[in-house]
Design a protein around this ligand. Structure first.
Ligand SMILES: [Zn+2]
Length: 542
């Protein structure tokens, strides 16, 4: 696939524009009442959130999750780290509202997504197809009109369909023609473009802000059956950047005085975070480096956490604002789109397919399904979401999906512990970031021609115990690695990596040498999946 590099200059300018709009929106936003103020020392105790959940079930709620004619509120979180939720064992009270939601419904602890970047992962959720199966494999992709798309199904079923969000990656046209790349706006909709298909309104609320427009929207539009898709890009770099400055230090380590403590560097934006690799903060050359330590890591994590706390506070306000009669008729699904490595593998960003980046969680609040505080450990995956939602709503399935409905998993409160999930690391991160206006020209010159040739990536699979990665792009990665450019250190990967997620949840030790039998069995499965993915011709709608 060929790409047009010049278009990205326009994208950068658009990005600057939306950043300004975002800043203005932030300045104009209505002040919100202070949430309870946990201290960093506070542990996983759930603070009272003020949301009244007493009327959350409809009168005919029973033990069956089917929810025909229900409204749908889907809340998608970019850069989500479910292991940073107190109800997933995190020792800081980052998310009392999300955890309280989970305690009133079902928490799927292992919702595995298929890519580590917003558009590629989100498209697999809306098509029920793996990235290479739908053909949507990079920022430059557009979805073939022949691939069925979940929002169109809901539109066809009579739903009022509205998108609101702050992830420009899915809310602007990122395809390869510069002349067509532009933001969707509060007024506008370009239905021909991939993510906008099937939506009556498609509203970009501003870059990385909280889509607070959703609160009055629900109050004013609940007389018609609706599908409201909210996607929050708020947790992206700069960590905590959208948080009220008076609150931003709420989780900071008390006596931190490192390089990010004050001044420009405290912003924790692109300039800082993309220049950290394996304990060093790099400048323009590999020689220009300063060491970082555990205190710096703790500080950066605290700023991620305060961003999560702010998003959680907004979700609490949103839930609080939904009238009981709407709550009793609305299926609410909150989930991650992709994650973020917060130093576990030497960087702060989403760059690979480690669990930090693809292991998400999902909260399901279903007004007809009388279940509270159910937790499901068994894996489900991104391509299952569209089949599940359509079955819950008693609508016809989306043709040609790779996934299968997990309605039975919700019904029974447990799933198949042997389930295998699959994902792709596609495209390489460098494919996107060589186009960013802040990238050094020398780096762009070095990698551009190579990455223009084709979209390459790795594949992987996951069980509850094991993670297997097939580094199919390693030859290209060795030549284009941003980390090598930055640090001078070559990136050498073996073709296969096996991690024991129970013994080594941070995926630090490739144990393929010690578990040859496990590896062989999983390799056969992954190769079979790759074959089915790459060999089959793209499926057309019937
Ligand atoms: Zn993202």
């Amino acid at each position: 696939m060929l790409r047009n590099s010049k278009g990205w200059l326009v994208a950068a300018l658009v990005g600057l524009n939306v950043a300004v709009i975002g800043a203005i929106a932030w300045l104009l936003r209505t002040p919100t009442p202070d949430a309870p103020a946990p201290t960093p020392a506070m542990t996983a105790q759930q603070a009272p959130t003020g949301v009244d959940w007493s009327g959350r079930f409809s009168e005919d709620a029973d033990d069956d999750p089917l929810c025909a004619d229900c409204n749908v509120l889907m809340i998608a979180l970019d850069i989500f780290r479910p292991d940073h939720l107190p109800c997933m064992g995190y020792p800081v009270n980052t998310a009392p509202n999300i955890c309280e939601m989970a305690s009133h419904g079902t928490l799927l602890e292992n919702f595995i997504v298929h890519a580590y970047q917003t558009p590629v992962s989100q498209m697999s959720l809306f098509t029920g197809r793996y990235p290479s199966s739908s053909g949507f494999v990079s920022f430059a992709s557009q979805l073939s009109p022949s691939v069925p798309y979940l929002p169109e199904s809901l539109k066809a079923a009579g739903y009022k369909t509205v998108a609101m969000g702050s992830s420009f990656e899915v809310m602007t046209d990122m395809s390869n023609s510069a002349s067509k790349r532009r933001s969707f706006t509060r007024e506008g909709l370009n239905p021909g473009l991939s993510f906008g298909r099937g939506f009556d309104r498609f509203i970009f609320t501003g870059n990385r802000n909280l889509p607070t427009d959703a609160i009055p929207w629900i109050a004013q539009n609940s007389d018609e059956r609706f599908f409201l898709w909210m996607i929050l890009g708020t947790l992206h770099w700069p960590y905590g950047g959208q948080v009220d400055p008076a609150e931003r230090d709420r989780f900071d380590p008390p006596s931190y005085s490192g390089p990010f403590a004050s001044g420009r560097m405290s912003r924790l934006g692109f300039d800082e975070l993309s220049h950290i690799y394996k304990g060093q903060l790099y400048g323009d050359t590999p020689e220009d480096a300063r060491p970082l330590d555990a205190a710096d890591d703790a500080f950066i994590n605290a700023r991620y956490d305060v961003g999560l706390w702010d998003v959680d506070r907004f979700i609490g306000e949103l839930m609080d604002a939904i009238p009981p009669e709407v709550l009793q008729n609305t299926l609410i699904i909150l989930h991650g789109v992709h994650g973020e490595d917060l130093g576990e593998h030497g960087y702060y960003g989403h760059y690979d397919v480690f669990d930090t980046e693809v292991r998400m969680a999902m909260v399901v609040l279903n007004p007809r399904h009388r279940v509270e505080g159910a937790r499901i450990e068994a894996q489900v995956e991104g391509v299952d979401l569209a089949p599940t939602l359509l079955e819950l709503l008693d609508l016809p399935p989306l043709p040609g999906t790779d996934g299968s409905s997990f309605v039975d998993v919700l019904r029974q409160g447990e799933g198949d512990p042997e389930r295998i999930t699959y994902f792709q690391r596609i495209p390489l991160w460098e494919d996107i970031f060589r186009h960013k206006n802040k990238m050094p020209q020398a780096f762009i010159d070095q990698v551009g021609a190579l990455l223009d040739r084709e979209v390459v990536g790795d594949t992987g699979l996951r069980t509850l115990r094991w993670k297997l990665l097939h580094r199919e792009a390693r030859e290209v990665e060795r030549q284009v690695s941003w980390w090598t450019y930055l640090s001078g250190q070559p990136v050498e990967r073996p073709e296969w990596e096996l991690y024991d997620l129970q013994a080594d949840p941070d995926e630090q030790h490739n144990v393929i040498g010690q578990h040859a039998e496990v590896a062989a069995e999983l390799q056969a499965k992954l190769i079979a999946w790759e074959t089915s993915l790459f060999a089959a011709p793209p499926r057309e709608a019937p």
